[in-house]
Write a protein that binds this ligand. Structure first.
Ligand code: PMP
Length: 460
């Protein structure tokens, strides 16, 4: 019996029958998948879209609010919500209207409009940092923040937590193994040794944090205030405050990436826990699902950035390139959508609804696992909720990873998909959006109950 309490042979039998069911029920998706193989690499527009639990990719027809419909006409309750990109529901009405209005008024010009000014004001008010920059996605925001941090501090080493993910930024693709920083497994085409200028340490480990910073070469600690990409790992009480204190003590900057943890509430964990970072990053849902991300900086950091610009401009004679920015960053469509999203979608009342539902879901999971005598833990962070195949919530990325049981996770996800429920792939994360209803939560719990009853009845 595996540590999750479910046997591999039961999972194999269960999975075989769910795969057959998927194939039987999705002829149009299967036909599109076949056709796609001719001109899309691996039959999908981005390679990881074929890594889900389905035997063949599922093709979507339409998505609105908390639901989407596939090309075979099945309706799904969506608890994945684009892995946070649509945490406030698919195509929110104000964003849909904004897209329609902007559609005929210019999509991208390389020049700002009034929306940009309003976005700056709204971001400053909400996230309590005075100055902002806009990028095309959170990966870029983190990449540019890292450039600024290195330039300001004149230090090269980036400090991250083991098991982190901050987008496809090269410098964060490291893990902590036996006291050393090593490459993450699976990297394609890695040309140089990332451990030269990146250092990885375990989350919630104050001694490791101080030792890493005390070397005096760390430009910044880049972190999520709670880890969300290796399963969820919450900080010990006070740990994030210690991150702030120790980075200040050793002259390193603190970058807080709230791209996922913005699920917590209006200003994210940063506002709730009064973290006062040097840089603050948020992407994904900030423009209602239209590609966009932002980073905010404190007053002293903005001043240091101006000094950097002045020096570099003198050195380059004004003919250089900062290594930041892409043509479509801060385009007119994204700015319009971010403005209405901040004004009308990411509101206090939206959060109130989402938080109450996520809490109902977490209670439902706990009661369900207890009933089935499964020692699985459930972690909540605002609208985000995760169950993990371990008895106590993990405190580090390595512990969270040790609780992975991929075959079980994929079997449960596929069972739910076959019954019209989608949860986030690769781990067991759920999000509630403003259109999610109590009845949706109850259906997820009921279907998971059925899945577990079936699995546990199979010969082990
Ligand atoms: N930061 C965090 C914390 C993330 O989870 C992600 C994506 N999952 C990113 C940054 C990157 O976002 P994007 O893929 O939109 O660039």
């Amino acid at each position: 019996m595996s540590k999750s309490g479910i046997s591999e042979s039961a999972i194999a039998a269960f999975t075989a029958s769910e795969r057959a069911r998927f194939i039987q029920n999705n002829p149009t998706s299967l036909a599109l998948a076949e056709r796609a193989k001719a001109h899309l690499f691996n039959g999908v527009p981005m390679h990881w879209m074929s890594d889900w639990s389905m035997p063949s990719p599922l093709f979507v027809q339409r998505a609105k609010g908390a639901r989407f419909t596939d090309v075979d006409g099945h309706e799904y309750i969506d608890f994945c919500l684009g892995d946070t990109g649509t945490m406030f529901g698919h195509s929110p009405d104000p964003v849909a209207r904004a897209i329609a209005e902007q559609a005929n008024n210019g999509l991208t010009t390389m020049l700002p409009g009034e929306d940009a000014v309003v976005c700056g004001e709204l971001l400053a008010e909400r996230f309590e940092l005075p100055y902002w920059q806009v990028t095309a996605n959170a990966t870029d925001a983190n990449r540019y923040v890292l450039r600024w941090a290195r330039a300001i501090t004149q230090r090269k080493v980036l400090l991250v937590f083991d098991g982190c993910y901050h987008g496809t930024v090269d410098d964060v693709m490291v893990r902590y193994r036996d006291g050393k920083t090593v490459h993450r497994s699976g990297l394609v085409g890695q040309a140089y040794d990332l451990s030269q200028y990146s250092r990885s340490i375990p989350f919630n480990d104050v001694a490791a944090l101080e030792a890493a910073l005390a070397q005096g070469d760390v430009c910044a600690l880049m972190c999520e205030p709670a880890m969300t990409n290796i399963g969820m790992v919450l900080p010990d009480p006070g740990f994030m405050q210690t991150c702030r204190e120790l980075t200040l003590k050793y002259g390193s900057l603190l970058v807080i990436d709230e791209t996922h943890t913005i699920s917590t509430g209006l200003g994210g964990c940063t506002r709730q826990w009064d973290l006062k970072p040097d840089f603050f990053v948020v992407g994904k849902p900030i423009a209602g699902g239209v590609p966009c991300a932002v980073f905010g900086v404190s007053e002293p950091i903005a001043s240091a950035m101006r000094d950097v610009q002045k020096t570099i401009s003198e050195e380059s004679g004004g003919h250089g390139h900062s290594g930041m920015g892409t043509t479509l960053s801060a385009n007119a469509l994204a700015m319009r959508c971010m403005r209405v999203s901040l004004e009308e979608v990411m509101t206090e009342s939206a959060y109130e609804h989402m938080l109450a539902l996520a809490s109902r879901l977490a209670q439902g999971f706990r009661a369900l696992f207890k009933r089935h005598q499964l020692n699985w833990s459930v972690t909540e962070l605002g609208a985000r909720c995760e169950f993990q195949f371990c008895a106590t919530p993990p405190r580090t990325g390595a512990q969270a990873e040790a609780a992975f049981h991929d075959s079980l996770q994929m079997a449960l996800h596929l069972y739910l998909i076959n019954r019209g429920i989608l949860i986030t792939p690769f781990h067991n994360m759920t999000l509630c959006c403003p259109q999610t209803r109590d009845a949706d939560i109850d259906r997820l719990i009921a279907e998971l109950d059925n899945a577990l009853t079936t699995l546990l009845a199979l010969p082990g």
